[in-house]
Design a protein around this ligand. Structure first.
Ligand code: ATP
Length: 318
């Protein structure tokens, strides 16, 4: 046993070369990933890029066609039943019994998982998720945010070590989304590893690790800062002056990869820093605008990665 190579923090996920095919379609294409225990990990990418399939393979719900690795210290290929017992999975269309109360829904789930004593598991889960005062409310009368909180309660009641959430906040208002993310961070602090797919940049920015998926491949992995740095992009902001004209000139200018209006500002992004600076300063002068360098945002980095998308294996446009 090589003690010296033991990582500082235990790895919840350590997989290599994962491939998953559906017929001729390669949904996951050679994914390798390491995730430390207790991290919140985002999967981003266009619809159909393989986020859900990747997460399903990683939590033992789908068997990969190739690849190997360990999840929660167990063998991804041999220990799938044991891995599944340790995961909580919230699908895109989580289902609740609308005609049952919050408490009755959780009692039902406790029965499915054969949790004993069920009453105690339900009581603890209601308290942990801030649902106790609403426990007698019918699920069908809950707002989107509370329904989603109940769905989260249902998938953490059996105390999983790995939580898999497939676009959990789609259609939920900003306040409820923020509260939901506070819950995820509390779970993370308790040592639970969270895999979450999302299309929201602000949610990605709340994660310890971001994975950008395109056509089944991991295009980039890292922290927010690492992902932005890997894009190699430089950003300038223009304000004041004749913005319509500035935008038109910038779109036609060399060394400008992206131009995006934000309120009264234009964000201009490119890869060649000195060349971009020259172009932006000239156009700012010509349009009576002020120009200054700015911080590259995650969204700009992703738009850059989308544009570069990996070669398509499935014969569809990138
Ligand atoms: N059970 C299945 N049988 C056949 N093809 C599938 C199956 N599940 C997924 N696919 C295909 O695999 C590819 C990846 O799908 P997946 O659902 O993983 O993408 P996604 O990034 O999660 O998409 P979305 O953002 O729309 O949820 C798609 O082309 C999809 O049609």
């Amino acid at each position: 046993m090589k003690v010296a190579s033991t990582p500082a923090r235990e790895l919840a996920i350590d997989v290599h070369g994962i491939v998953k095919r559906f017929g001729d379609r390669v949904a996951v294409d050679g994914v390798s990933l390491r995730v430390e225990q207790g991290q919140i990990v985002a999967f981003l990418g266009p619809n159909g890029s393989g986020k859900t399939t990747t997460m399903r393979v990683l939590c033992g719900l789908l068997t990969p066609d190739a690849g190997e690795g360990r999840v929660l210290g167990m063998d991804l290929l041999r220990d799938t039943i044991r891995i599944r017992q340790e995961i909580g999975y919230m699908t895109q269309s989580f289902s609740l019994y609308e005609e049952l109360t919050i408490e009755e829904n959780l009692e039902f789930v406790a029965g499915l998982y054969r949790l004993h004593p069920a009453r105690e598991h339900v009581r603890r889960t209601l308290a942990d998720l801030g649902l106790t005062s609403r426990r007698n409310q019918l699920a069908g009368t809950l707002s989107g945010g509370w329904k989603q909180r109940l769905a989260l309660a249902a998938c953490v009641m059996h105390q999983p070590r790995l939580l898999v959430l497939d676009e959990p906040t789609a259609g939920v208002d900003p306040k409820a989304r923020r509260e939901f993310w506070q819950e995820l961070h509390a779970l993370s602090l308790a040592g639970i590893t969270v895999l979450v797919s999302t299309h929201y940049m602000d949610e990605a920015e709340r994660c310890h690790q971001i994975n950008y998926v395109s056509q089944g491949r991991l295009i980039v992995t890292g922290t927010v800062d690492e992902v932005i740095a890997r894009s190699g992009l430089v950003t300038w902001v223009l304000r004041g002056g004749r913005m319509d004209e500035a935008e038109r000139l910038l779109r036609a200018a060399p060394h400008v990869d992206q131009v995006a209006p934000f309120g009264a500002e234009l964000h201009v992004v490119g890869r060649d820093g000195p060349a971009l600076a020259r172009v932006v300063r000239q156009i700012a002068r010509d349009t009576d605008a002020q120009a200054e360098p700015s911080v590259t945002r995650l969204e700009d980095a992703f738009i850059h990665f989308i544009g570069r998308g990996a070669p398509d294996r499935n014969g569809e446009p990138a």
